[in-house]
Write a new protein. Structure first.
Lengths: 244, 244
């Protein structure tokens, strides 16, 4: 399997660093191919605007999606974006490795999505959700939290982890066609003992070696919605549920 | 009222630009004070790491929260961060003005939160949620979407807008103590007629002039949770609901 890890932590000796190190080693040892974008090490710039392009469609008004579509048609992505797009289309499995910062992606990773997931290249023309450009590929969030698991449970004060990740799993991964693997979460690694940390890395290694068949989240299909994007049968939208 | 608008759009002539222009003019005309951080115009850097600080607590291992706490104790925030913190503590109402990008905040705004909402300064030592440092102040998302309102409704294909904004409203605003004003959403301004756009701006003006009493989202109180962050009574956590 071809695996692309987008890593968003500034400290190589962090637990996130250990997770990615584990992933690269375990996947390679099992014969998989791995590409890593270590965003902090690359000095990745997460700000999205005209810097994404070498082409200009309209110099008087910046409409990002129109520029993206134009750049896609005219090979006009800036080298940094073009390279990430190549990695994205190369991979069969995409992993976002990050610490949960303010209940979401660190800006450096959010901006990687803002800039790389360009109209024309990754979606557009009706290509979304199960009809998405990246359909057939798998994607997974691998993350750490500051708080304990209980605080991210169904009755947790911080909100259920699935609700917090919904904009990422559904809005970024599923929207572009990915099959969304259940997130791999390590809760509060800073408070774990050394043995517990080793155990968590072993658990992660096991997940990595079953990426191709690991349980995925289930979402409704595009055809279940009308042209206004409303569910035809009128039932409340199903939350993401595990496929057993 | 002292209002602080954090604006995250790269095109001044955009509808987001018009919303902020409307806000600044309407609030000033009504006698309110307004400060604007126009992140793209400021060239705000959203990447969070040692660049946030002039002080160093541990040069061998970057633990962001420890550095934040240390910087808070020793006036060690980088000038760009210190200035934003001053604006934050000056304001009585905070507005995030942004286009919904990939179902969340544009990276430049997410990074503003990652960097400015520092441990010690904005939370920590048990100060969170209704006991938060910023309690007594109000905050609101003002945003635009690409898709139609129907697609963000209860049965909408893109997910209910409240679910998408939950990590922001609950995780960023409520976590730090803000009273969270119901979000102000303009759906698909690009597809509106000129008259509809004018009408939406008038609707926004009306909201702005009632910021102090506009309906807010209701969240549970800190005391309802045990030390593990689990709801004491065991009922499923209530979703954000409107206070009538």
């Amino acid at each position: 399997m071809r695996v692309f890890i987008v890593h968003a932590h500034h400290e190589p000796k962090s637990f996130n660093g250990a997770m990615t190190e584990t992933a690269v080693a375990a996947l390679a040892a099992a014969g998989h191919e791995v590409i890593l974008s270590d965003l902090y090490r690359m000095g990745f710039d997460p700000v999205s605007d005209r810097r994404n392009f070498t082409t200009v469609k309209d110099a008087t008004y910046l409409k990002q999606q129109a520029e993206e579509s134009f750049a896609h048609q005219h090979q006009g992505f800036a080298p940094q974006i073009a390279t990430e797009l190549e990695k994205l289309f190369w991979c069969e499995a995409l992993i976002f490795q990050f610490p949960l910062w303010w209940f979401g992606l660190p800006a450096i990773l959010k901006g990687w999505v803002d800039r790389v997931f360009a109209l024309g290249a990754v979606y557009g023309g009706g290509r979304r959700y199960d009809n998405g450009v990246l359909a057939g590929r798998r994607a997974m969030c691998a993350l750490t939290t500051g708080g304990a698991a209980t605080s991210y449970g169904e009755n947790g004060i911080n909100g259920e982890i699935g609700s917090l990740l919904y904009p990422i799993n559904h809005g970024i991964f599923a929207f572009t066609g990915f099959t969304v693997i259940e997130p791999f979460v390590v809760y509060g690694p800073a408070r774990l003992t050394e043995m517990e940390r080793v155990s968590e890395l072993a658990r992660y290694r096991a997940r990595l070696l079953t990426l191709a068949e690991a349980p995925s989240l289930m979402y409704r299909r595009l055809e279940e919605y009308d042209e206004g994007g409303v569910l035809r049968v009128g039932r409340p939208e199903a939350r993401a549920v595990s496929r057993s």
